[in-house]
Write a protein that binds this ligand. Structure first.
Ligand SMILES: Cc1cc2nc3c(=O)[nH]c(=O)nc-3n(C[C@H](O)[C@H](O)[C@H](O)COP(=O)(O)OP(=O)(O)OC[C@H]3O[C@@H](n4cnc5c(N)ncnc54)[C@H](O)[C@@H]3O)c2cc1C
Length: 323
């Protein structure tokens, strides 16, 4: 038996969400008294993959095959289930991110495995059974899911746990899955450059309809630039094309858990909170003292964003210059 984690790489680098998943896999393996193994699909340097040893991974099965550089859920499901068999894994762990949400259900069908989407804590095993805590109702509550199948697929909510790194190097082994079914052909890649990816960002400045129009986003962008933060927005704003949809956070957008989330002119509807209420510190700037977001805030500024934001940007510039 072992615990196998599906680890994603982008441009040869291990994704932050996958490091968390690998840590989760290693902690699960430790509790079960078994080995933590990872599978990586696509081009990456062995040195980079060996760093998974720092989060407890003993062995990495690496399909160093450029055909995997584009995510293809069918081909990935075939390859990962082959890795599950090669590793003799009973637990399969992956991140509950974009690709994980697509891959995990396919895997669970292939492996006839029970599936826990969005786990927020390590599984508690009892013989063949396991109970896993997960978010429900858009993060408003949690529930314990009991899984009784022999194989289990667990998709871990990003930022549910902070990986603790230690000394260690994982052994990297070549892995050649017999995948026949590559169904996706990439015709072109439209890459967003120069922005901090939202899912990886520790600091986020986010704007809502209270900013009145896209021409006022300079406030969000300037503060983000000063802080070295990523920018986000509410769905209401993305729906009217003030901002691109890849910035929309919430129930139907991205789930993020940065160290700092600054919400400007956002009401704090439950569907928005679902994507951000795991942030460590939430700062809310809203003109309406009754705005629901203040209930979820660690710090709140009741005020007009058009007055508060320029002052905040200026003050932060002064603070930076003085330190
Ligand atoms: C099924 C479903 C899924 C959804 N999924 C999402 C989701 O994933 N993400 C999401 O964000 N929403 C989602 N929504 C929409 C959600 O319910 C809200 O409508 C939306 O979040 C509101 O966006 P907002 O706060 O920017 O706008 P508004 O609700 O219009 O709020 C604007 C806020 O700005 C404040 N304001 C106004 N002027 C100023 C000023 N000058 N200075 C400071 N503050 C000011 C107001 O007091 C108000 O609180 C979903 C809805 C449904 C039904």
């Amino acid at each position: 038996m072992s615990v196998l984690t599906f680890v994603e790489v982008a441009d040869g680098k291990i994704k932050k969400a996958s490091v968390e998943a690998a840590y989760y896999g290693s902690k699960t393996a430790e509790a079960l008294g078994t080995d933590s193994v990872a599978v990586v699909l696509g081009t990456a340097a062995a040195d980079e993959l060996a760093t998974l040893g720092q989060v407890g991974v003993k062995k990495v099965l690496h399909a160093n095959d450029a055909r995997f550089n584009t995510f293809d859920s069918k081909a990935y499901a075939q390859a990962v289930s082959e890795a599950v068999n090669a590793a003799g894994a009973n637990y399969v762990v992956l991140s509950f991110n974009h690709n994980g949400k697509v891959l995990a259900p396919r895997l669970s069908v292939k492996l006839k495995a029970g599936y826990v989407p969005g786990a927020v804590a390590l599984p508690v095993a009892d013989g063949n059974n396991a109970t896993v805590l997960k978010n429900v109702f858009s993060g408003k509550a949690t529930a314990n899911y009991a899984v009784a199948t022999e194989k289990k697929v667990i998709a871990v909510n990003p930022n549910s746990l902070s990986p603790v790194r230690a000394e260690g190097t994982a052994a990297v082994e070549a892995f050649a899955p017999a995948v026949a079914d590559f169904s996706v052909t990439v015709k072109g890649v439209d890459k967003i450059v120069g922005e901090i990816p939202l899912t990886e960002a520790e600091l986020v400045v986010s704007g809502g309809r209270g900013l009145k129009g896209p021409e006022n986003w300079w406030m969000v962008e300037n503060l983000a630039k000063e802080l070295g933060a990523a920018t986000a927005c509410s769905r209401a704003v993305a729906d009217v094309d003030w901002r691109p949809h890849h910035e929309h956070v919430g129930q139907t957008g991205l789930t993020i858990r940065p160290n700092l989330y600054i919400a400007v002119g956002i009401s704090g509807a439950i569907q928005h909170l679902a994507g951000v209420n795991g942030s460590k510190v939430i700062v809310v700037i809203n003109i309406d003292p009754e705005a629901p977001f203040f209930k979820a805030a660690d710090y709140g500024i009741v005020g007009d964003a058009f007055e508060v934001m320029p002052k905040l940007i200026d003050e932060y510039k002064k603070f930076k210059a003085a330190h």
